[in-house]
Design a protein around this ligand. Sequence first.
Ligand code: CU
Length: 142
Amino acid sequence: MKSAISALLITGALVCGNALAAEHEVKMLNKGADGNFVFDPGYLKAAKGDTVKFVPVDMAHMPQSEVTPGAAWKGEMGKPLTVTLADEGVHVYSCLPHKALGMVGVIQVGKPGNLDAAKTAAAGMKIAQNKDRLDKYLAQVK
Ligand SMILES: [Cu+2]
């Protein structure tokens, strides 16, 4: 009986968790508030279990993870991509064709336990233009 009640409580918690999960949107743009070739917003704070949808407002963008607290993820050129944020930590990501131009972004999911590793990996990314953009986004991780 006790285990049946536990199972019900766990099921209830999972259902509530899903109902409360937020859906975030990140636009992929040729030009935005932070300059040319940007994700908007470039920094996003989310909760574990939320989803983020990358929207190809402009074509020829392709989001891919550089650092994640869990599984790596990758989109297809010019297509929307929905990523479920299953693990707490920091995601650093880039646009495959525009990484060198500084088309990068950061998603913080709950507590940023892997922030140091994310910063180290970010420092090693080959970004030629808008180099301060990623630092600016990472500085918003608290
Ligand atoms: Cu791009």
